[in-house]
Ligand binder design. Structure first.
Ligand SMILES: [Zn+2]
Length: 883
């Protein structure tokens, strides 16, 4: 599953109980954690469902072939909002059937204990169709040609298959499924497997799909509605991209990508995709991101379709999300984690694999360099004392949803795997992955299964190296101290401790750190496994730069001694891009953690000149935005923004406004980035040019390519008066599709004028936002917090139910727990904020609330040191009075 990360403007956060470090064992069905008894195992389901979309109800029948392992008087499985009837066991009525929606369990009492062996359980049932993205849900949408449409789709991960059909709804219970559905005959239907029979009866049709391979219940999929597809076939697999009728042609990009990615993965994993077909289904709204159902991946349509309104960033999202979901067809579907503790085996893997594949097939995107932004987000989350390990122990399956933590489970896990891959060497790592997939195919796994396969491939004790990265929270900072002999030969001594944004960790944890020692600007790195404090190693000549995290691959920070840092700073302009990025990341984090002076970092930023490295500038832009935000309302604000503009101006002058024919996508994005920043920081020339282009856009929308619309409209909105705002509203209301709607309404949320911001808040809550875009409301209100924090807070707190409803009953409270405190630390007193968040989240989410509050307190603390430090730096280095 890939959840959408574009929620609220500031830091995104994390969750759940920290697991005690524990020795992980290879997967065993009997040892796998779970609530359901292991003495009865479902082997083969036949499920027939008749949904009534109008009434939001369903009826069904189910026949399940069971393997009873030891004699038992009862059978227990999961159900929710379902009532069972006509329950028979081997054709005979059972003694008692009890279903509880509180425990989400059905218990069947047999007339006499079942003997070991095979038996058949049959029943009829009634159930519910949901209106949010869980179980079988009904999704209303505005049709492309006008009018309202409705489609049905499913979202089962983690524990919601039980909402559509009673089942053994835990990942270790793999079984085969034969699904048949009865829906209006005019509707198309899609599921994991191809259609084997379709029988029309008046205005309804019953469609039966082929039996699936053995798989967990959370991967079953079913969608139906007025859908149409485009198709292709290659390498023995049929590919389809489905969308609401009239949109299917926008799936062409995704259809081509799917064929390329599947061919690459067949090779990488060394195991051919085992299903006959792979469908990709564009769901209009309902859920954000995508879900890796085996053979039938569902996507929010914004994450799959490419229209003439789509910008480069959107196309990049489509490719990388496809690469993520398709990686799950192996890591997750073919081989599934034994229990939710090891969700990282699904999510870290898919995130890491997606980055590698996207980079491989899109070399002009500098994709691996761009992943540094995700790694930094993960490190910011993991630098909290309240952080949690990659492996979290889920003791209650109903909390499994909380394991989907985009910073730790996804981003940290992916960064860790990239570091491990580099340490073992990519070919060796791939060989280990192939062994692992082959050994665990059509079954389940734990982390130990992966370590064993990687150890066999590499000859190294991978569990020993990897264990502390997955079972401990946090990550280390390496302290480097150099000594020089008479001939100038350098020896470095390295030590480590946990890196925290504030405070110290009493547990004194240590990591096995794969460090690459790069002893001069372009020297070949020498690998070193740092395990002992004070470990020493020869490192070239003292006058040369020293890089201990080349290419920023390592998930650790480096604090260089002053002499080494001075050499590195002097040589900064000559370093490789990835090495400069590592230094910018680390120095900024050390500034925020109050461990070094701000000037040390700004000296690096100033040394960039008109260099065009995209990720380095993105890092600098983020840091400058943080300082600028903290400076607002202080006497030093004007001088600081002038300084920030002066850093970006050389790049803007070099790139201009219009793309040159040989500009790479990275250069195009950099151009837009510096223009957007200069506009936000009041550069008169940029603002005037944006207005000129906006006027031309109003006369002829085709004059402004989709890629440039965001920067131009945002800059215009920032400075808008009532008349200009009215024009922007007209543009927003004329959006032709959700891509444009997100972009144009997003611009309205940039207005700074408080009266106009109030208008935007009203619009965000109004029916101007169609049902499939309902999650955008929260995004827009959150965005208003940038310049109108009080208005944003009032609107959010008064409408919180409406704003989080589209995310469903599980994700909604998590969004509140994670994002509200870091988003509003500057708007509401922290104790008031904490009380509000606690009052609006269940007690189970207390760890998430604590993480959000730690970030909020951190931001408030950083502000008190950043502002005077920035004022002093600007006054000293730029001769501008801050008073
Ligand atoms: Zn995923």
């Amino acid at each position: 599953m890939l959840t959408h990360r574009r929620i609220l403007p500031l830091v995104a956060l994390a969750m759940l109980l920290a697991a005690p470090a524990r020795a992980d064992a290879p997967f065993s069905f009997d040892r796998a954690f779970g609530r359901l008894p292991k003495n009865v195992i479902p082997l083969d389901y036949h499920i027939a469902v008749v949904p009534n979309a109008g009434a939001l109800t369903l009826t069904g029948t189910e026949s399940i072939l069971l393997h009873v392992r030891s004699a038992t008087p009862t059978i227990q499985f999961n159900s929710l909002n379902e009532r069972l009837a006509e329950v028979t066991f081997d054709g005979k009525p059972v003694a008692k059937t009890e279903s509880s929606d509180d425990t989400q369990l059905t218990t069947i009492t047999l007339p006499a204990p079942a003997s070991p062996g095979r038996h058949t359980l049959r029943f009829a049932y009634t159930g519910k169709i949901e209106t949010g993205p869980l179980g079988l849900f009904a999704q209303p949408y505005a049709k492309p040609g006008g009018g309202q449409g409705l489609l049905l789709s499913t979202q089962f991960e983690a524990t919601d298959a039980r909402r559509m059909f009673p089942c053994w709804d835990e990942p270790a219970f793999r079984a085969t499924y034969t699904l048949s559905v009865t829906v209006p005959a005019a509707w198309a239907t899609v599921s994991n497997m191809p259609v084997t029979a379709r029988k029309v009866d008046g205005d309804v049709a019953t469609t039966t799909f082929a039996r699936t391979p053995k798989m967990p219940s959370y991967l079953v999929e079913f969608s139906a509605g007025d859908l149409a597809e485009i198709t292709a076939a290659s390498g023995g697999t049929k590919f389809g991209v489905w969308a609401v009728r009239g949109q299917e042609q926008y799936g062409a990009y995704a259809l081509a990508n799917a064929q390329q990615i599947l061919a690459d993965y067949n090779d990488y994993f060394g195991y051919k995709f085992p299903l006959p077909k792979l469908d990709s289904i564009a769901v209009p709204g309902g859920f954000q991101g995508a879900m890796e159902n085996w053979g039938a991946i569902t996507y929010n349509d914004q994450a799959l379709l490419v229209t003439p309104s789509t910008a480069l960033r959107d196309r990049q999202d489509v490719y990388s999300i496809q690469a993520h979901e398709m990686a799950h067809q192996w890591n997750g579907d073919l081989v599934t984690m034994g229990w939710w503790d090891d969700l990282w085996l699904n999510e870290s893997f898919a995130t890491w694999r997606s980055a590698q594949e996207t980079a491989l097939r899109n070399p002009t995107w500098d994709w691996l360099e761009a992943q540094d932004a995700d790694k930094e987000t993960a490190m910011a989350a993991d630098a909290r004392i309240t952080s949690h390990p990659i492996v979290v122990h889920i003791t209650n399956e109903l909390e499994a949803e909380t394991a989907f933590d985009s910073e730790i489970t996804y981003a940290k896990g992916a960064a860790f795997l990239r570091m491990l891959e580099a340490y073992l060497a990519p070919d060796t790592f791939r060989d280990g992955v192939r062994h692992y997939i082959k050994a665990r195919a059509f079954s389940n796994a734990t982390g130990a299964d992966l370590w064993n396969a990687l150890s066999a491939a590499s000859g190294k004790d991978v569990a020993k190296i990897a264990g502390n990265w997955t079972t401990q929270p946090g990550f280390p900072v390496i302290t480097e101290t150099a000594t020089c002999d008479a001939a100038g030969k350098r020896t470095i001594s390295l030590s480590q401790r946990r890196f925290l944004m504030r405070g110290t960790d009493p547990s004194n944890e240590r990591w096995s750190i794969p460090v690459d020692v790069k002893a001069s600007t372009h020297a070949a790195p020498v690998p070193l496994l740092l395990e002992t404090d004070g470990q020493t190693v020869a490192a070239g000549q003292c006058g040369d730069p020293l890089i201990l995290n080349p290419n920023a691959i390592g998930f650790y920070r480096v604090n260089y001694d002053p002499a080494t840092l001075a050499v590195n700073t002097k040589a900064f302009g000559t370093l490789d891009n990835g090495d400069r990025i590592a230094m910018l990341d680390d120095q900024w984090a050390l500034v925020e953690a109050n461990q070094i002076q701000l000037g040390t970092y700004l000296a690096l930023a100033s040394a960039m000149g008109d260099d065009l490295d995209g990720r380095a500038w993105e890092q600098i832009s983020d840091a400058l935005h943080t300082i600028e935000y903290d400076e607002r309302g202080t006497p030093g604000h004007a001088a600081f923004t002038a300084y920030a503009r002066s850093l970006l101006k050389p790049v803007a002058d070099r790139l201009g406004w219009d793309a040159k024919p040989d500009d790479s996508p990275v250069i195009e994005e950099l151009r837009r980035k510096v223009i957007a920043d200069l506009g936000a920081w009041g550069d008169p020339g940029v603002i005037a040019e944006a207005h000129k282009r906006f006027t031309a856009f109003l006369a002829d929308p085709a004059s402004l390519p989709p890629d440039d619309q965001t920067i131009v409209l945002n800059i215009v909105a920032i400075n808008a008066d009532a008349a200009t705002y009215a024009k922007l509203v007209d543009v927003a209301k004329g959006a032709k599709n959700e891509t444009e709607l997100r972009r144009y309404f997003g611009a309205l949320a940039n207005v700074r004028d408080p009266q106009l911001a109030t208008e935007t808040a009203k619009l965000a809550l109004s029916p101007a936002i169609p049902p499939q875009a309902a999650p955008e409301r929260l995004q827009l209100i959150g965005q208003l917090a940038d310049y109108n924090p009080q208005l944003s807070w009032q609107t959010l707190s008064q409408n919180i139910k409406l704003l989080v409803a589209p995310f469903g009953p599980m994700e909604g409270p998590q969004i509140i727990a994670q994002y509200v405190a870091p988003g509003y630390w500057n708007a509401v007193p922290l104790d008031v904020l904490e009380a509000w968040v606690k009052a609006h989240t269940p007690p189970d989410l207390a760890p998430m609330v604590a993480r959000g509050m730690e970030s909020a307190r951190f931001r408030a603390a950083v502000k008190t040191t950043l502002v005077p430090a920035a004022d002093a730096y600007v006054a000293e280095h730029h001769g501008v009075s801050t008073r």
